[in-house]
Design a protein around this ligand. Structure first.
Ligand code: SF4
Length: 504
């Protein structure tokens, strides 16, 4: 399938292998009648490409983020238009895929990356029935979204290219079963019947339509109206993908022996299992969300903006004047991310340990570690704050530890007590609390955390972090967004006051 090369940053040989002709219509200068004639793709032919290891990983991570985002949105029970709008916004920003008429897009490259990402993730997600099912579900949602938003002419051409063996119902048969077929239509049935055309397919290939009684069944065939064609297409996409994944699983042991690809694939699978794509948090400069936090300010910022994991750590530190190694590390890196400079971090930790520790012990044993976390000692690496995925999956906490994610690592009773005592907006018997606990039960920890953010920031269900319905994937994103929202509110009040001020 792939021929990964260890040469990084070299142009792909595939581009030179492809016929490059000037296609004035699509404006990209690439010949779209070749490998990627359509925006939609059933991914039937494995790509025979010469790609770099870097591309192998980056394309897969980009697609993993999209699928994780879709999965997170689908667990939040949003109305379909809101779900679809959130997917559209995310795709536009993170994984655009233009139609042939898109003028400025680099279609060839977009489609190439899309294809590579899909095929690499097949390798990662074919390993278990659970992973396969989740992959097929989210890929289906992505395909459905693209199908619905595709250019109508291009979509029709794409469907023709698939050469489905659907039988078109001819006029004679249509007239013969007119009464039965009309029952499957909505609105003005007579009018709809005249313009509608039907396909015949084996009834078991459209279980959703049969289950919802949307089709007429006769002689083992389901009569599917053109308007419900999408069900047929999705069914075909899903079943082909399922079969292909099972086939890939059988061949996977050979790939496991590859020392270069094995770790990448393992990492992708574990990210998805924890319910999160690789986190894309980037602190905006040293000060995280853009403003410096001092040691004095931490308490106030914690009460208003820390996510549950950090509220828990900070609460334990305040109570015990001590945190064990991984707890200290999780909190130190988080504080660095929100904008606590090194000198202020030293003041903060010294104050928190208080009289329980001598200056000498602090300087000898703890100051070094803080400086190390800030990249000032040892290898001088600038360690980034830990993402939810890392917190959820690495260094599982023991009974004496306080690091980790409360949604994953607390018992249901402890979690309920912690949340209700930390957030006055949450009531033990409220519907919101039930939703949070249901998400935890289903192992959707980031969905539970996102719901806490919505409730505590007076956002409607489905608004997520208040930006495109985004879910929590990083504690620092939680805190940054919370501070940003507060700033927006204050700016709005200030602007209103200035507006209301009488002119002198
Ligand atoms: S989901 Fe992430 S941000 Fe929320 S509590 Fe868990 S680790 Fe922290």
């Amino acid at each position: 399938m792939f021929k990964p090369t260890t040469r990084h940053n070299i142009p792909s040989a595939s581009s030179s292998n492809l016929d490059v002709k000037i296609n004035k219509r699509n404006g990209s200068g690439k010949d779209l009648s070749g490998r990627y004639p359509f925006r939609l793709n059933f991914y039937e032919r494995p790509p025979v490409l010469d790609i770099t290891l870097e591309e192998f990983e980056t394309c897969a991570i980009a697609r993993l983020r999209v699928l994780s985002h879709i999965e997170a949105l689908s667990h939040r029970s949003l109305p379909y238009p809101q779900f679809s709008a959130a997917v559209a916004t995310y795709l536009k920003q993170h994984s655009p895929l233009g139609s042939n008429t898109a003028r400025s897009a680099n279609l060839e490259e977009e489609r190439r990356r899309d294809e590579i990402g899909h095929w690499v993730l097949r390798l990662a997600f074919c390993r278990s029935p659970d992973l396969r099912a989740r992959f097929v579900r989210t890929e289906l949602a992505l395909f459905k979204h693209r199908f619905e938003t595709d250019d109508v002419t291009e979509r029709a051409a794409f469907l023709r290219s698939l050469e489905f063996d659907w039988q078109l119902v001819d006029d004679g048969e249509k007239a013969l079963y007119a009464d039965k077929l009309k029952k499957c239509l909505w609105g003005d049935k007579e009018e709809a019947f005249k313009s509608e055309s039907w396909f015949k397919v084996p009834w078991y290939s459209v279980p959703d339509l049969v289950g919802s009684r949307k089709v007429f069944i006769n002689g083992g065939m389901a009569y599917v109206p053109q308007t419900l064609q999408i069900s047929l297409v999705l069914q075909a996409f899903g079943s082909r993908l399922e079969k292909a994944l099972e086939l890939t699983a059988k061949n996977l042991p050979r790939l496991d022996e590859d020392e270069r690809l094995g770790p990448v694939i393992d990492h992708l699978a574990s990210s998805f299992l924890s319910g999160l794509g690789a986190s894309d948090y980037q602190a905006s400069g040293e000060a995280g969300s853009g403003s410096v936090v001092t040691a004095e300010m931490v308490d106030d910022v914690a009460n208003r903006h820390f996510p549950p994991c950090m509220r828990n750590l900070y609460g334990r530190l305040k109570r015990d004047h001590h945190l064990k190694h991984f707890g200290r590390l999780q909190l130190t890196l988080f504080l660095k991310g929100i904008g606590l400079p090194l000198d202020e971090a030293i003041v903060f930790w010294r104050k928190m340990y208080g009289a329980s520790m001598s200056d000498d012990k602090f300087n000898k044993e703890y100051k070094y570690n803080i400086r190390h976390s800030y990249g000032q000692e040892g290898r001088r690496a600038n360690y980034p704050p830990k993402s939810c995925q890392q917190i959820l999956t690495q260094n599982q906490p023991g009974t004496q530890d306080s690091h980790g994610c409360p949604f994953r690592h607390f018992s249901p009773e402890n979690l309920t007590t912690f949340l209700t005592s930390t957030y006055p907006e949450l009531d033990r018997s409220s519907p919101e609390m039930r939703e949070i606990m249901d998400s935890v039960k289903a192992s959707h920890y980031h969905v539970a955390c996102t719901r806490v953010f919505e409730v505590t920031h007076k956002l409607k269900k489905g608004e997520g972090l208040g930006k495109d319905g985004e879910s929590v994937s990083h504690p620092n994103k939680y805190a940054d967004r919370s501070r940003e929202m507060e700033r927006e509110k204050l700016d709005a009040i200030k602007a209103k006051e200035e507006e209301d001020e009488p002119m002198s």
